[in-house]
Ligand binder design. Structure first.
Ligand code: SAH
Length: 346
């Protein structure tokens, strides 16, 4: 029989219910919750559980343990990129970045992605499946365990569209935020989306204190639809309306991501238009130097500083994202993709 009870995807309350059904005392749930969030690799490691219970759990329950398929360590800045193999054989990526303000982990939310952005390596083979809450959480737990670096910040900016896996991502947030687990505060978490409007509205109603990043990448429909097929259904105007509502509801400033692409979205006129879009709304623009993806003809912009200055001239705050791990497979999705092809990494 294949164990189907995914204990690590359960909230503490659900675990309590589960152990109650098994006729166990009330404190079991917390014991098990703590072990799971500490990254045990076998039920035998739960040393304060009766042996019979450990055996019962082994028979009934799933214990997700990702295996390190590849680990690339940057010699330049200590960034580590993990390629994990999941229990069903699929691979996903996680990146550990070391900043002065703490260690940040960039996690994947799906195996592949269906959004089809033309500059992104993660979407080339489409979506294979959603990750479970435990599989998203495991990336934080096991990155911390493997690297020995204490994680203080999380960005949901790896492979996948987090809002296309809404329920599992929300459950992950609840789990990772829990005081008996990793206890990472919502203000230390960023969620990045290509702009699924209905889901942004749904998220707003929850009033979470996380930072929402919206991948904008172009201020006009023509360019944005060319880069991001989701825009054909969304449209820049309605998306910005949704963002405005999000701010009004949550009081949280949105961060707009803008990957700078040579000759596509980096003109002064586009900077002016972007500033116009953001007028009257406290937002922040994060300019990302495009990571070269071998399969794509798009090239990094040479006008990043000019574009930034132009925005600032309009009173828009814009920062240029520092590139980390430039000596290892750069943007997310590339390592998994090379691995799938059976190719060797550069
Ligand atoms: N699906 C989500 C989160 C994953 S991508 C989203 O779209 O936001 C995280 C960020 O990396 C997004 O802003 C995405 O557009 C950007 N990105 C993807 N490929 C890139 C590349 N080759 N160069 C620069 N940024 C890239």
């Amino acid at each position: 029989m294949i164990p189907v009870v995914d204990l690590k995807s359960m909230t503490l309350e659900e675990l309590s219910g589960y152990f109650q059904e098994l006729g166990q005392p009330g404190f079991r749930a917390k014991q098990v919750f703590r072990w799971l969030h500490r990254g045990i690799e076998s039920f035998d490691e739960m040393s304060d559980l009766p042996r019979a219970l450990r055996e019962a759990l082994k028979e009934r329950c799933l214990l997700t343990v990702p295996r390190v398929e590849r680990r690339q360590v940057s010699q330049v800045d200590g960034t580590i990129k993990y390629l994990w193999r999941l229990l069903d054989g699929n691979c996903i990526e996680t990146v550990l970045m070391r900043y002065k303000h703490g260690n940040t982990v960039c996690v994947s939310s799906q195996v592949g992605c269906n959004m089809g952005c033309v500059f992104c390596a993660s979407t080339l083979g489409g979506k294979v499946r959603d990750l479970s809450p435990a599989e998203i959480l495991d990336q934080v737990i096991f990155t911390q365990k493997d690297s020995g670096a204490e994680i203080s910040n999380i960005v949901l900016m790896g492979i996948g569209e987090p809002l296309d896996n809404f329920d599992h991502v929300l459950r992950f947030l609840t789990l990772v935020n829990h005081p008996d687990g990793l206890n990472i505060g919502m203000r230390h978490i960023s969620l990045s989306t290509c702009g699924l409007r209905k889901k942004i509205d749904k998220l707003a109603l929850l009033g979470l204190q996380l930072t929402l990043s919206v991948s904008l990448h172009a201020p006009d429909d023509e360019t944005r639809s060319r880069l991001m097929p989701v825009n054909r259904a969304v449209g820049v105007g309605p998306l910005m309306e949704t963002c405005r509502r999000y701010f009004e509801t949550t009081g949280r400033r949105i961060s707009y991501e803008y990957a700078m692409i040579d000759g596509v979205n980096d003109s002064d006129a586009q900077a002016d238009r972007l500033a116009e879009l953001l007028r009257g709304q406290p937002g922040h623009v994060n300019l990302i130097p495009l990571n070269d993806v071998a399969e794509s003809p798009l090239k990094p912009s040479r006008r990043v500083r000019q574009f930034q200055q132009r925005l600032e001239g309009h009173g828009v705050t814009a920062t240029v994202r520092r590139k980390l791990g430039s000596d290892i497979d750069a943007s997310c999705g590339q390592l998994r993709r090379r691995h799938m092809d059976g190719g060797t990494s550069s």
